[in-house]
Write a protein that binds this ligand. Structure first.
Ligand code: GLA
Length: 381
């Protein structure tokens, strides 16, 4: 894979690259739509990565080529980069250059060859993987000395301000900071993080990922509207963020809020609680206890937050009915992927039950795979 990346770079850009950097996609175990409410999340990195093969340029140009793109080089002068100026996938790496420069880092041009096996539009953070692999490459090429969380926050800034998606920090922090064999317990207020060991195979379990193949798009306004709703609710309650509302104060808060905001607040408060409960169970080695928490999380996303869709609901329902310990959609929603916690012995049964449910509902056939908690962004050559 690495040799191929070098050969492909040479074919497109000519000459040798300096190195190859990789950053993974992620699934989130629990803690959905909490990251822009200063709350808690618990993602794990996927084995799937985006690789950036790169070399510096001294002429202030950024030349980008993606193996998944249109077969042409996107050539951008760095001094012309501005928010909204670069459409398509190229906006993500270009945004990282822009965000680094804007933060005062001495970053110059580069040739990039990009290749990825993170499914795009599947709620598995292919954009964060691309941003973080680019950030890791530039960090080394230009000797910036930034830490993994600093790279993640730069990548988030690129997505917020350059691409224009008001996402929280979870995906970039997961892609930059996860370690293999662990979930990342992250407090998105302080960015304090803890790596929580998660060896599912040792206890006879697997994490099944079901990509429903319903493309999700966080840029279409629905995500921004949800975020704005949460911020409005916090303002009305006189709180810095919904993270500051304790579960015991929820009922009284709901009485004070306009009807349309209540369910959003209930989801965020109960979801933060579910993250803490999950981490507590993991600390006690009670992994099977996660199942019902995952399924309760999905019900909250379906009923209160309303970001599920018929395909994600069907996948959760079929997986649980076929014996999964628990299942939920993961990521922003409006399509995307579902995770299920499954006993190794029932992996085939659960996978087949989901495929059958999709077939009989007339849905496109899902892509189903198992995932082990993998490493965050790193130099691979
Ligand atoms: C997307 C965003 C994240 C987070 C999730 C929902 O993946 O990029 O910041 O808000 O949705 O949990």
């Amino acid at each position: 894979m690495i040799d191929e990346a070098v050969t492909d770079f040479e074919a497109v850009h000519g000459g040798r690259p300096t190195g190859v950097w990789a950053a993974p996609g992620r699934v989130n175990l629990i803690g959905e739509h909490t990251d822009y409410n200063d709350g808690f999340v618990l993602p794990v990195a996927l084995p799937h990565t985006t690789r950036v093969t790169a070399r510096r340029r001294e002429d202030g140009r950024l030349r980008l080529y993606s193996a998944q793109g249109e077969g042409t080089i996107t050539d951008l002068p760095l001094d012309a980069l501005a928010p909204g100026a670069v459409a398509s996938w190229a906006g993500y790496p270009a945004g990282v250059f822009w965000a680094l420069a804007e933060a005062g880092h001495a970053v110059g041009g580069a040739d990039l060859y990009i290749d990825s096996d993170v499914p795009a539009g599947a709620g598995l953070s292919s954009s964060a993987a691309l941003e973080c692999a680019t950030a890791a490459a530039l960090n080394d090429l230009y000797g910036l000395g930034l830490s993994a969380p600093e790279l993640a926050l730069t990548a988030q800034r690129a997505e917020n301000a350059f691409v224009g998606v008001p996402c929280g920090a979870m995906d970039q922090m997961a892609s930059a900071c996860c370690t293999s064999g662990a979930a990342l317990f992250l407090d998105t207020r302080t960015m304090a993080q803890r790596h929580v060991p998660l060896d599912l195979e040792a206890v006879g379990l697997r994490l099944l990922v079901i990509d429903t193949r319903v493309k999700h798009d966080l840029g279409d306004g629905a995500y921004a509207a949800l975020r704005a709703g949460c911020e409005r609710a916090a303002r009305l309650l006189g709180l810095p963020a919904l993270r500051d509302l304790a579960p015991t104060e929820l009922a009284a808060a709901l009485d004070r809020l306009p009807g349309e905001l209540g369910p959003l607040v209930r989801h965020v408060v109960t979801e933060n609680r579910r993250v803490i409960e999950t981490v507590d169970h993991l600390a006690r080695g009670e992994i099977t206890a996660l199942g019902p928490i995952l399924t309760a999380g999905h019900a909250s996303l379906r009923e209160d937050y309303r970001v599920s869709c018929p395909e994600t609901d069907a996948a959760v329902e079929a997986a649980v009915a076929a014996g999964a310990l628990g299942a939920r959609m993961t990521g922003g929603g409006f399509g995307g992927s579902v995770i299920a916690l499954v006993e190794t012995a029932s992996l085939a049964t659960v996978s087949e039950a989901v495929r059958t449910a999709f077939r009989s509902a007339g849905f496109a056939s899902p892509v189903v795979f198992t995932a082990v908690p993998s490493a965050g962004a790193r130099r691979v050559a």
